[in-house]
Write a protein that binds this ligand. Structure first.
Ligand SMILES: [Zn+2]
Length: 158
């Protein structure tokens, strides 16, 4: 799923829970669970190069954090809640950040293990490369859009 969806989900977890280890565990577990839903990717990790992809990643991250920072600006949560929101979003993004690091440090065994588990969670990546389930289309963005809208609703209105 896109980074915006992961960051927002983590923010919702951090906003609604006070137990820090639970926020971390749930953020990680939900990351891999959501990755098992049908979704497209804006790059193919096997052929994409950081130099062509970084701006998409930066844009994606910026959108997520723009929404989270807007929430903090407008809703003014207490500092502890703000910290938990950032904790949740950080750990919700962590699997993707580690997998991105694997692009650069391919010989690192720990990163390779995260990447293998990550690939396992992506059920749809077992579909052939050019199958419709894996393309960057509106149909495959549906889960990202619905989850993001849902998290924005919870963040701002509940
Ligand atoms: Zn992921």
């Amino acid at each position: 799923m896109v980074l915006t969806t992961h960051a927002l989900t983590g923010a919702v977890i951090g906003k609604n829970l006070t137990n820090l280890p639970l926020i971390i565990l749930l953020s990680l577990a939900i990351h891999f669970t959501m990755d098992s839903f049908r979704h497209g990717e804006y790059f193919d990790s096997r052929i994409a190069k950081i130099k062509d992809t970084w701006w998409k990643i930066a844009l994606d991250l910026s959108i997520g954090f723009f929404i989270i920072i807007s929430f903090i600006y407008f809703k003014k949560p207490i500092p502890q809640e703000t910290e938990r929101i950032f904790l949740g979003s950080f750990f919700s993004l962590l699997p993707d950040l580690l997998t991105l690091m694997y692009w650069t440090f391919k010989e690192n065994i720990a990163l390779a293990k995260v990447k293998t588990f990550h690939a396992f969670a992506h059920r749809y990546s077992r579909f052939p490369k050019y199958s419709p389930e894996r393309q960057w289309t509106w149909r495959n963005a549906r889960n990202d859009i619905l989850i993001s809208l849902f998290t924005i609703f919870i963040l701002f209105l509940l």
